[in-house]
Write a protein that binds this ligand. Structure first.
Ligand SMILES: *Cc1c(COP(=O)(O)O)cnc(C)c1O
Length: 379
């Protein structure tokens, strides 16, 4: 129940153990088509260029930025946590000119502040936002920014590593031009691939580059030839990971995206009710809290690592610690994909309640679980 990787369904583990075939085997080519179709379903897009990048979520981030940015390009980036900061760092390494629109960790970046930063520049190549800031639990509004940028030349790049298949994400309806995710968060597949989708506007920007993409491995002009009709060898596709992703996406499809979004919200609400009953508070900005990543303020006098160790040793249960300015100040409880279950909500509340009582906090025995159970009953 940390910030990822989440638990993996047995069907996905079984898919990983299937015999290998070649990366140009007709059966594998069929599987690639199936994966692309399922990714379009999950991203809610008709984009032709919709593929998994052969590496973890950070490679999806890097692929978007190295393919779309060129030296000197101005790029506006929402910076309110670790992943916005990572985008800034990659943009700098592309020798682009990033402009950070900052907000305190835990808060969203106001869409009006983003649009004001864009309006202040003569030409902005792209705007980047992190839809689900996993380092803080903030749920970034994105729709309004996409609508404002749609009629302009500016590209809209969205990090959906944690949001894909966990909360509503509408690549086409929100005019997102480049979007990437990861397999290990709400898709509940092991870490190793990064689903990515490019709109026609993004593909046109890619084709219009003045210079070749500075990364050979992540160069989409070559990778799209393997995933497109040419099937030209670029690098050997990670066969087993693609089996696993296909199976994880089939599970998403069987459950249905809307049902999956509702499940994540239901279990977040139950967890929140339980935490509140024992005096714990969610740390992210009210009204903008992610259901799949719950950052919880650590009560005064309680040691972060001591409690997390107790949970791991006594309950075999992992939760995350804080990053950056939130280190030692919050716990991060993941309810992602397969991990988002009523049993896990009740387990983490039981464990936390007992750990806090043992460390001298005045907590009503059973209060957290009763409140969470009542919330589950009412839903
Ligand atoms: C996890 C995560 C990443 C990075 O993914 P890796 O799989 O760790 O490379 C990027 N952005 C966000 C929002 C994430 O949660």
């Amino acid at each position: 129940m940390g910030p990822g990787p989440s638990n993996v369904h047995p069907r996905v583990l079984k898919a990983l153990s299937q015999p290998l075939i070649g990366h140009l085997d007709p059966l594998f080519l069929e599987l690639m088509e199936e994966i692309q179709g399922l990714l379009r379903y999950a991203f809610r897009t008709a984009n032709r260029l919709t593929i998994p990048i052969s590496a973890t979520g950070s490679a999806g981030m890097e692929a978007c930025l190295v393919n779309l940015l060129e030296p000197g390009d101005v790029v506006v980036i929402g910076a309110n946590g670790a992943f916005g900061n990572r985008m800034l760092e990659i943009a700098r390494r592309c020798r682009a000119h990033p402009i950070a629109v900052e907000a305190p960790w835990g808060n969203i970046v106001e869409p009006s502040a983003i649009l004001a930063a864009v309006a202040a520049q003569p030409r902005v190549k792209a705007v980047c936002l992190v839809h689900a800031e996993t380092s803080t639990g903030a749920w970034q509004p994105t729709e309004e920014v996409g609508a404002a940028l749609a009629p302009t030349d500016t590209l809209f790049i969205v990090d959906a590593v944690t949001s894909l298949a966990g909360v509503p994400l509408e690549v086409d309806a929100w005019s997102i031009d480049a979007c990437y995710s990861g397999t290990q968060k709400c898709l509940s597949c092991p870490p190793g691939l990064s689903p990515l989708t490019f709109s026609d506007k993004a593909v046109a920007a890619l084709r219009a580059r003045r210079e070749p993409v500075q990364s050979w491995y992540l160069d989409l002009t070559m990778i799209e030839k393997y995933w497109g009709n040419e099937r030209a060898y670029h690098h050997t596709a990670p066969i087993s990971m693609n089996y696993a992703l296909a199976e994880a996406l089939r599970l998403v499809r069987e459950e249905g995206l809307e049902a999956r979004w509702r499940r994540h919200m239901r279990h977040h609400e139950a967890l929140h009710a339980g935490l509140t009953a024992i005096g714990l508070h969610l740390a992210a900005q009210e009204g903008h809290r992610l259901p799949m990543l719950n950052s919880v303020s650590i009560p005064a006098g309680i040691d972060d690592v001591d409690v997390r160790n107790a949970l791991l040793q006594e309950y075999d249960l992992e939760i995350g610690g804080g990053l950056g300015p939130l280190k030692g100040k919050v716990w991060r409880i993941g309810l992602m994909g397969e991990s988002s279950t009523p049993a896990n909500v009740l387990l983490v509340l039981t464990a936390l309640e007992r750990a806090l009582r043992e460390r001298g906090l005045a907590v009503d025995p059973g209060a957290a679980v009763s409140a969470a159970a009542a919330a589950l009953d009412n839903q």
